[in-house]
Design a protein around this ligand. Structure first.
Ligand SMILES: C[S@@+](CC[C@H](N)C(=O)[O-])C[C@H]1O[C@@H](n2cnc3c(N)ncnc32)[C@H](O)[C@@H]1O
Length: 311
């Protein structure tokens, strides 16, 4: 299988990895293995643990595994990171670096059969790996209010109510069965001017649906806390996010754990006001891709990179 994913902000990610011997590293979103491959080539790695919930990651991993034997893949959700490590032969290890490169890879979005994209006709699936529901079940069974709140809260979609109403109207005649049908309903629900925009009118609703199907925001909230416990002293959490809800969770978590507790977070309400200070923020502001990267790889345009160190 050809790897279509171009790693985002790879140089910036690498610039934080310490140059020392025997690094233990977790690549919690292995994807096509772009980060892992570059890191194995350039750093002195003791163990590299890869995690990815998508079974296609096994294909890319086995390629890399031919050359590197100090690597292992867990085909699982990263919210289980603690159990995966603690039940493995690495249970006594602490990690120097844990990386999350959130969202989906080009290998997922470019495959019409996965149903992530409104550009190509495909089944309404959108599952990155095992999930309770797929997009078809959500679109064809959730009530209008619930659909509208998914589009509004997870996609910041202004026309969420109209889209939800039109989905209900359409599916009373016949289930909405593929990405093209869904994207047409969305297109007809938003003012005509949106169809002339550079950004496709279904972008936000599709993103919202994908986040819901894969429970992406809870995944990252759970994984942050668990990852911190696996870090060695001075170990780094390196996180690349692609949309504002995700980035907000990371930012609030870093702020909170580094002692900035002037307000509780709407996105992370479970963070109490107390608890020890365990992180130092390394990137005061998130790093953004350079213009030449955005020109070469437009999918990098919304990336934000944040790094914190365990203290
Ligand atoms: C942007 S891609 C990572 C690309 C990778 N850095 C590379 O260079 O090829 C994100 C990957 O994270 C995986 N992923 C997203 N959420 C996950 C989760 N909760 N648990 C495990 N893997 C997840 C996706 O399946 C996808 O392969």
């Amino acid at each position: 299988m050809i790897n279509n994913h171009i790693p985002v902000m790879l140089n910036e990610v690498k610039s934080f990895i310490p140059i020392k011997k025997n690094i233990n590293l977790i690549d919690a979103t292995f994807g096509g293995g772009g980060y892992s491959k570059a890191i194995l080539e350039e750093f002195d790695i003791k163990n590299l643990i890869a995690i990815d919930r998508d079974p296609i990651s096994k294909v890319f991993f086995s390629d890399l595994n031919k050359k590197y034997k100090n690597i292992e893949l867990f085909n699982e959700k990263f919210s289980k990171i603690d159990k995966l490590i603690n039940k493995s032969k690495y249970s006594n290890e602490k990690f120097d670096v844990i990386i999350f490169d959130l969202g989906i890879s080009s290998n997922q979005i470019d495959d019409p059969k996965r149903g992530f994209s409104f550009q190509n006709e495909g089944p309404l699936d959108m599952k990155m790996g095992s999930s309770i529901l797929n997009a078809y079940e959500i679109i064809n069974s959730f009530d209008e209010k619930k659909l509208s709140s998914i589009f509004y809260e997870l996609g910041d979609e202004k026309h969420s109510r109209r889209i939800a109403r039109n989905i209900i109207n359409k599916r009373t005649i016949k289930p909405i069965s593929n990405t093209k049908e869904l994207s047409d309903v969305i297109k007809k629900s938003v003012p005509l001017i949106y169809s002339k925009n550079k950004i496709h009118p279904a972008t936000k609703a599709f993103q919202a649906l994908r986040i819901y199907v894969n429970d992406e925001l809870n995944e990252i909230k759970i994984a942050l806390e668990k990852s911190e416990a696996l870090l060695a002293n001075d170990g780094l959490l390196i996180i690349v996010s692609f949309q504002s809800l995700e980035d907000r969770i990371v930012k609030d978590y870093f702020n909170h754990k580094s002692g900035k507790r002037w307000r509780s977070s709407r996105h992370h309400p479970d963070l109490g006001d107390l608890g020890p200070i365990t992180l130092k923020i390394i990137t005061k502001k998130p790093l953004r891709p350079k213009d030449f990267e955005i020109n070469n790889n437009p999918r990098s345009r919304s990336a934000k990179l944040r790094v914190a160190k365990k203290i």
